[in-house]
Unconditional design. Structure first.
Length: 220
């Protein structure tokens, strides 16, 4: 499992002309997400170099272990990366593989110019939200006037709400203020007699997230 990531998105970009000074990444983040419903945990890494391509990307953990090492051998550069680790049960194994501390990001543009950044991983996860309405496996839900309601133990940095119909892949996703306690699903999105997965994510200032899910079915 060590060093193994699933790359969910790579954007290609042609060579560009850059200034001589070393650049910082537009984005360099590492954080943890737990699915409290399934009791699993993953590490997420996001890296964006800029508007032109990179020939390599390397990320090194605080203990010196290389967790990402990618090189491009063609005339196009790699610009944006989303990495997700495997999702083992939250039994401490992933935290051991990805220790707390500062992770070093380094890359090289097609021009030869270097990039660098650091991002700190914290193992502290935010408390999980509790659904008030709807509850898991609820059916006969009104598809036109659904208001999702929840409660939290504390005020978080953000709340992320996702409503997904898994067969079609259609979803509504909203990022709300951490003080929010409800969200009205836009009328017209949900269809009658259809099963949906609803997720509430609490996001901390350290970017770590805790998600909880329920499955519901709308009325005929």
């Amino acid at each position: 499992m060590k060093g193994l990531f699933i790359v969910s998105m790579v954007t290609l970009s042609f060579i560009g002309t850059l200034a001589a000074a070393e650049k910082k990444f537009d984005q360099a983040d590492i954080y943890m997400e737990q699915n409290a419903s399934d009791n699993d945990l993953e590490v997420v890494i996001k890296a964006t170099g800029g508007n032109v391509g990179m020939v390599d990307l390397k990320i090194v953990a605080p203990n010196g272990r290389t967790v990402v090492d990618i090189k491009s051998d063609n005339k196009m550069g790699l610009r944006h990366f989303d990495f997700e680790s495997p999702e083992p049960k939250n039994d401490g194994s992933l935290k051991k593989d990805f220790p707390v501390g500062e992770y070093t990001f380094s890359g090289t543009f097609m021009s030869g110019e270097k990039l660098s950044a650091k991002s700190t991983l914290n193992h502290k996860l935010p408390s999980v939200a509790t659904f008030v309405y709807p509850i898991n496996e609820a059916d006969n839900i009104d598809s036109q006037n659904l208001v999702i309601k929840w409660k939290t133990q504390e005020i978080h940095d953000n709340i992320i709400i996702t409503i997904e119909e898994e067969t079609s892949g259609q979803e509504v996703k909203a990022t709300l203020l951490g003080s929010a306690k409800s969200f009205k699903v836009p009328n017209g999105f949900m269809m009658p007699n259809t099963t949906y997965k609803v997720s509430i994510g609490t996001i901390a200032k350290n970017k770590n997230g805790s998600f909880v899910e329920v499955e519901i079915k709308t009325a005929k």
